[in-house]
Ligand binder design. Sequence first.
Ligand SMILES: [Zn+2]
Length: 672
Amino acid sequence: MTNPLLIDTPLPAFGQIRASHAEPAIRELLDRNRQEIAALLEAGEDRWETLVVPLERMHHNLARAWSPVGHLNGVMNDDELRAAYNACLPLLTAYHTELGQNERLCAAYQSVADREGPSLVPEQKKVVDNALRDFRLAGVSLPPDRKQRFREVMERLATVQAKFDENVLDATNAWSRHVTDEQELAGLPANALRRAREAAQAAGQDGWRLSLDAPTYQAVLTHAVSGPLRREFYEAWVTRASDRGPHAGQWDNGPLMAEILALRHEAAELVGFANFAESSLATKMARDPAEVIEFLQRLARVSRPAAEREYAELQAFAGRPLEAWDVAFYSERMRSERLQVSEEALRPYFPLPRVLAGLFTVVMRLYGVRIVANPSVEVYHPDVRYFDVLERDGTPRGGFFLDLYARPKKRGGAWMDQCVGRIELAGTGALPVAYLVCNFSPPAGEQPSLLTHYEVLTLFHEFGHGLHHLLTRVGCPSVAGINGVPWDAVELPSQFMENFAWRDEVLPLISAHVETGEALPHEMLVRLQASRTFQAGMQTVRQLEFALFDFRLHAEYVPGVPPRIAETLAEVREAVAVIRAPEFNRFPHSFQHVFSGGYAAGYYSYKWAEVLSADAFGAFEEHGVFDPATARRFLHAILERGGSRDAMEAFVEFRGREPAIEPLLRQMGLAA
Ligand SMILES: [Zn+2]
């Protein structure tokens, strides 16, 4: 029987894919690729058509076979899949490093650049330039023993980072709180209570069972009147996978973090950088570590005084000094009292089907594409739906799987991932397909999932990433969609999209009361908009705390001595934070963005790209949020272009100048 991961269908055959297919498929593809590459080098025809095109096609096919495995491991995790996924990781890492260190292949790309350079179109030139850069970053010119060591380091890193993720997931799943006295749950929103009730029933318990998934955690911290209950949740959350808290030492990521930092530093040094922060910037828009630190400090200078004022005001409101687990609770009370806005009161106005329909209308009006549910596509879980993206005339442009509800064994948070990348090269063609994943509260009986406005923003955000992937016109997979886009520019389309969910022109499209069908009343809308800058200083310093911690941790690493994780965090908090974290707080132990995700020495990218996105949205504020000419320029310069062009050049083409920080400060109410 054919391995379903290897059959050439436009979409993954989820109904047939089993964990046992992963490793054989990946082994076979890697073997085939190795043979094909050897044959190409043997033939010695180092031309765009005969060398680069086949390699782009190989990348595409491999990514496509691997994508369902990686995705299912994230959203339908079980022991078998986890083992299969983990068995493939070192194979893939070894392959990529081997490719990156292949001197003959590097020389072949170099001769394409030398011989055909002037006749390549910009997209092709970018593919070749990126490849040559990546050869350098993989240590192509190192002596054999150091090359070998680099390979070992990369393979070990992949394994350790995956283990870091597993520990977080296991620690999160292991904890729950059983409640039998309803009094203890005072303040919790109805949907959180209902889910807790159902979870208890499913576990054969009476009362309520509160798990540590993100929506429940947020609900407890924001709404539970009981301080002790909030504290318990807070402690369980911030000690996950650490040496403290209810499962102290059981999934402790501490040793893994030290190893991850050491390996990253070693890899960076091997290929000629002073530290991992420097090597991280080799593929980003920011030029050097000093520029990143100066950027973050500039934001800190503006936002910290505001954050201090806001925090003093909050403590005055609460009438006492606050603990870390009190902040969200009193902030929500203060927000609803002063601004008359409460996330829970907004929920009935944002039933998911309405929000989605409105979002699709926004996309249609901006970019002229239609989004239509396609129930005939096979999905991997009953909660998941598939949508086609079509041109106005019905020509297919791509599609996406929408997986929006929290459930056990699904990684927390929200993200967009590539299922199939776009390719259009010498006879090979595929349309882009995305996964859009969130963790919203599922529907309750007949009632659809009701979103907070914050969750609406999350959906718009991920959809922005999705559009970047889906609307690309680039045919070379390595620079199509989000591929090849510098990490600190990749949040531009996503954060840009969030702006629409705050606008007068858009809110009536995405809101309709779940019972009355009434759009968000105008006075609520005005109050909601006024709340956008609520605690903007506190929110900014929190992001700056993460960003500075991450960047300094990698920039200041000293080999041979234990990493200064807790110390660096303490120094950064001293410099920028206003909320005092308790001694037992071990948030780095579950900081997946930095320790296992792609944001290592790159968490600053969120703020960096927010400057770009606020400034880009400024053009829409100047000309009208649905202005066709502005939208068309954004579509052509940014969304369709993907990574085929320098990020700064693309921005300048759209905005007519380099990005400015002022629009972001204005947006946050922090402008002088
Ligand atoms: Zn994002």
